[in-house]
Each structure stands twice: as C-alpha cells, then as structure tokens.
Design a protein around this ligand. Structure first.
Ligand SMILES: Cc1cc2nc3c(=O)[nH]c(=O)nc-3n(C[C@H](O)[C@H](O)[C@H](O)COP(=O)(O)OP(=O)(O)OC[C@H]3O[C@@H](n4cnc5c(N)ncnc54)[C@H](O)[C@@H]3O)c2cc1C
Length: 533
C-alpha cells in the first residue's frame, strides 16, 4: 500500500530502525497498576515496605494545619442524610476507606461518611444542611488527583459525584455535549466516538477520572496542544454553592459577553468554591487519520528545533509533541522491559498528527520528516499508522510514570516553564544533587512548556528532599514559571503558591473564597495557603 511504501521510504532515510512490532503494547493503566510500594509525594507522608505503603501516624496530616472548628457528624445528621439519600449514605468503614485514601496513597483522611447524590437537588439539600450545621465537605470525583485535593484531611464528609453520570444532551451539529459531573471521561469518549466526535481532552487516568473532577482541576493532558485548555472548551457549568444555592451557568453558547464569565472561577478551583454538578463542553470531530512518530535527538536544542519545524510544517494536523530523556528510556527498559524502538539517543520525541484527509496528512508528515532528517535535527525514528503500533509508541511516553514507581521513592514535580528552559531545570537539578539522587528524569508536554521532573531515591530521604526543595521552586520562580502546570495545588502544594502568584492575587483568591463560602466548609485545607497575606 501507499502508506507502507511511505513508511519504508522513511525507514530507509533514517540511520537505524528497530522493528516496533516487538514493542509491548501498553493497555490503559488502571489506578491499581500504580499502587506501588515506592510511590510517594514530595511531602513524604509514606514509607516504603515490600508489599504496600503504610501511612505514618501523624497528628497533622501532610503538613495540614490543625483541624478547624467544624461540627462533628451526629446521629441526627446521619438520620437527615439517610432520609434524603436512602441507601446512598455510606458509613460502613470498609466502604468509606477507599474514598479516604488518594490515588498515590500518599494522603489519608478519617471521614466516616460518604454521600452519593444522584441529582443537583440532592447536592443542594446536602450543602444547605452542612452549611447550616457548619459541617465540612470534601467534593470527590474519580479520586485520581495527584496533589492530595480529592480526599479529606480530617473527618470532612465525602460528597461523591459517582452516581451523577447521565449524559443530558448532545448536539450533533454544534458538537456540544451536556452531562452530569460524575460522567467518567472514557465513557464520554466512547459515547462521542460512536457519533464521530471526541472529547477535547485525554488523560492517562481517563478510565476513572470524571468530567467534574477534570473541570475542577482544569486538567491538561495529551490533547491540550491541539484543542486548548478547559477554560476555552467548557461552555457552561452548573454549580451548587456552599450554602446550597444552585448557580445555573449551563450555557451552550460559544459566544456570550453578558458581563463576567463566572464559570471560569470554578474551572481549576479544586472543589473550594462550589460543587460542579453539570458541564457543557465543545467537542471536536473525530479525526479520520492519525499518525504517530517516535524520533531521537542528540541534544535538547535539536529537539526544540524539531518542535519549531514541526509546528511550521505540520500546522493544523499536529496534535501532540511530547518528550522523554534517555534516563526515562533506561527505566522503561529496566523496569518494564519495553525495548527502545529506535537506537539509543539522549532525547526522544513522540509526535502525533490527526487530520481529516489521510493522503494530505501523510504528505505533510513525509515532508516534515525528510526536512528533519536532512537538517540532522533528528538522528533516528520510526512511524506508526496502525492502531496497535500507535499504542505501542505512545506507551513509551505514557508508561514512564509506571516505570518510575519501580525505581524507588519518587519526588514528583509538575512545572510550567518557557519552553526553551524546560530541560535546563533537569540538568541543573542533576548537578545540584550529585550522587544523592538515584535517578533524575525529565519528560512531559513540550508543546505546552510542561516538564514532569521526577527524582528517585532507594527510600524516603528527608535530606534529599531538603536539597530538592525549595531549590526547585526558586529555580521555577526565577523563570516566571508555575510550580503546578496541570495537577493543581490541593493539600500538598498550596503553601508554595507564592512562588508562582503575587500576594495581591492570592489575597484576592482569599476574598473570593470568603464571598462564596463564608464558613469555609468546602474542601478546607486545600488550594489556598495557610498564611493568607
Ligand atoms: C495515571 C494518571 C495520569 C494523569 N494524567 C494527567 C494529565 O495528563 N493531565 C492532568 O492535568 N492531570 C492528570 N492526572 C491527574 C488527575 O487525573 C486529574 O487531575 C483529573 O482531572 C482528576 O479528576 P477526578 O475526577 O479523579 O477528580 P478527583 O481526584 O476526585 O478530585 C480532584 C479535585 O477536584 C475536586 N472535585 C472533583 N470533582 C468535583 C466536582 N464535581 N465539583 C467540585 N470539585 C470537584 C476535588 O475536591 C479535588 O480537589 C493524572 C492522574 C493519573 C492517576
């Protein structure tokens, strides 16, 4: 076939090529795959054991302040919840347990009540009651968040949106989907694909995370380069405020300049301003052709030149530009036995194109690859057009997190930087730490200027942590970067906010919180710093 000939021609053009058919094709990873004995957050609440993580007993969890003076749940409170949510007021400790622990198993709350509403009216009744009783509430979606925002710190009531999973409307002409907040991202994707559309976002956690959680964290993910952030694609939200009032901003209009755009306040607010109960979102058409290219570069400067070339030559069909370094490749080889699909290089790039015309896309990709090879920006590469091979190449990028969990105790950083600086942080950190770290690796979303910097050690190492922080935050601030590109602040990072936001802005955030949630019952101890200046 023509595609095969094209691939052969490209293969001949590069210096060396391994058959990617030998790659292990990674299935989507489930949270259970990541429950490793070694996975840990920078706040270091866990110690490694041979079988599972143990939460260290502590009086003030993960550096949280003392418990605020909220009421404690009484039998009368439970009687009320059981009346409005018959069979959906969960108090069995075994059933509440999994909602008390975060996905990384690094933060653990001690809530005794899990509420599972099905409707906006039920959420409204719960919050009105909790507000009057001064009971703290922890909104929870799929519980895949990585910064300790999704679980209680003390005994906050867990309000799960898991049963709010109905699709409300889909307009086949405009591509606008309206659904309840508890719809799982992957289910929405499957629903849309049957109708020739896709969701504008995609994450490794899509099998569990929910659209309400995605909006509450302003999740980025693999398609942001192409379709932009949720601040652009979300058209409307329905939100229940702390006192139970329902704010209906569930518009399905692309343009609406009637005053302040209030929904934006809730995108990325991590459950601290209101509970999102429904979302309307603009969905793109499903691409008719997809190609994935895996390339090797000798230097990060050449990788950046490839990025520039790629943006210019692939233009509108470029849908992802991701990278990993040779240390990541070593961990993939060592821990997951994933063979390198090309020859060894210091840097690797995953490029995805998606478009509406296979011939047109192939031609553009061929031209780009020929130019990249001729200009010696890339030294090796391979191309995939079939679904199984596309998945295999993507797994080299998507499974780095999993490989890290096998390498040791991991300190994780999710940094936003000017794109030309992103790898300098990895190099400087390596030099700064010397042989104190086991591995220092860099990978991430080049197209979005988002670096995932991960540092491992054989076991939890407070001295190593003291060497990493605040060095990493100071370095980031010196480049006007962000200490949290896409994961949010949650419990773990809230006190570092001043490295990325001026105190006036943080103070204004505090004012907004006080206006919308005067008693502070919604997701306390999260997002905002302890010392609001
Ligand atoms: C393997 C893996 C890959 C990931 N990849 C990415 C990635 O590429 N990009 C990225 O940005 N993130 C990524 N994440 C992080 C995480 O998946 C996202 O933050 C996701 O959007 C969280 O959705 P959730 O439904 O699980 O929310 P949860 O984890 O349940 O909650 C997250 C936060 O949102 C709040 N919240 C949840 N639902 C609501 C609601 N209805 N109303 C108000 N507040 C609510 C919670 O209180 C909490 O503060 C990844 C996580 C994993 C485990």
């Amino acid at each position: 076939s023509r595609i095969f000939q094209r691939t052969v021609r490209l293969r001949a053009a590069v210096r060396h090529l391994c058959p990617h058919s030998t790659l292990t094709c990674a299935a989507r990873l489930s949270p259970a795959d990541f429950h490793s004995p070694f996975l840990a957050c920078s706040s270091g609440q866990f110690v490694a054991s041979t079988r599972k993580l143990h939460v260290e007993p502590k009086s003030s969890p993960a550096g949280a302040p003392e418990r605020l003076p909220f009421s404690k749940v009484t039998d009368e409170d439970l009687a009320y919840f059981r009346k409005i949510l018959p069979g959906r007021t969960i108090t069995d400790p075994d059933l509440v347990e999994s909602s008390n622990v975060d996905w990384l198993k690094t933060v653990k709350g001690s809530s005794e009540v899990l509420l599972r509403p099905q409707t906006t009216e039920e959420v409204s009744q719960i919050l009105r009651y909790c507000y009057n009783r001064n009971l703290a509430v922890n909104p929870q979606g799929g519980n895949t968040g990585l910064v300790g925002g999704s679980v209680p710190v003390y005994d906050e009531i867990i309000l799960s949106t898991s049963l709010m999973n109905n699709i409300l409307t889909f307009d086949n002409i405009s591509g606008i989907l309206t659904c309840q907040a508890g719809c799982v991202l992957e289910n929405l994707s499957l629903y849309l694909e049957e109708r020739d559309y896709i969701m504008p976002l995609d994450l490794g956690a899509k099998g569990s995370c929910q659209i309400g959680g995605n909006v509450a964290t302003n999740a980025g993910g693999l398609r942001l380069l192409r379709y932009g952030s949720l601040h652009g694609t979300v058209l409307g939200l329905e939100v229940v405020l702390a006192d139970g009032r329902v704010l209906d901003c569930l518009a399905t209009l692309r343009k609406d300049n009637t005053g302040y755009d209030l929904k934006q306040l809730f995108i990325g607010s991590e459950g601290t301003l209101g509970v999102i109960t429904a979302v309307s979102i603009l969905c793109p058409r499903k691409p008719k052709s997809t190609n994935v290219v895996f390339l090797g570069c000798e230097t990060f400067e050449e990788l950046l030149k490839t990025f520039q070339l790629c943006r210019g030559m692939l233009g509108e069909i470029l849908s992802a530009f991701e990278f990993l370094d040779s240390e990541c490749m070593r961990l993939l080889n060592t821990h997951l036995k994933l063979p390198n699909p090309i020859s060894d290089c210091p840097f690797y790039i995953v490029i995805e194109t998606s478009g509406s015309d296979p011939d047109h896309d192939s031609q553009k990709l061929d031209n780009f690859l020929e130019e990249a090879i001729a200009s010696t920006f890339v030294t090796d590469g391979t191309v995939a057009t079939e679904e199984s091979k596309i998945k295999a190449l993507w797994s080299m990028r998507e499974r780095v997190t999993e490989a890290l969990t096998h390498d040791g105790f991991t300190y994780k950083y999710d940094i936003s930087l000017p794109v030309e600086r992103i790898y300098q942080l990895v190099t400087d950190m390596r030099q700064h730490l010397g042989d104190r770290a086991k591995s220092v690796v860099g990978y991430g979303h080049v197209g979005d200027g988002n670096l995932h910097l991960n540092i491992t050690s054989p076991a939890k190492d407070p001295a190593l942590l003291a060497a990493i922080e605040p060095f990493v935050y100071e370095w980031t601030a010196s480049c006007q970067g962000s200490i949290s590109a896409e994961h949010g602040l949650g419990l773990k990072k809230r006190n570092y906010i001043y490295y990325s936001k001026p105190s006036q802005a943080v103070a204004l955030m505090g004012n907004i919180k006080a206006m919308l949630d005067p008693k502070g019952i919604l997701n306390p101890y999260k997002t905002l710093p302890d010392n609001l200046k």
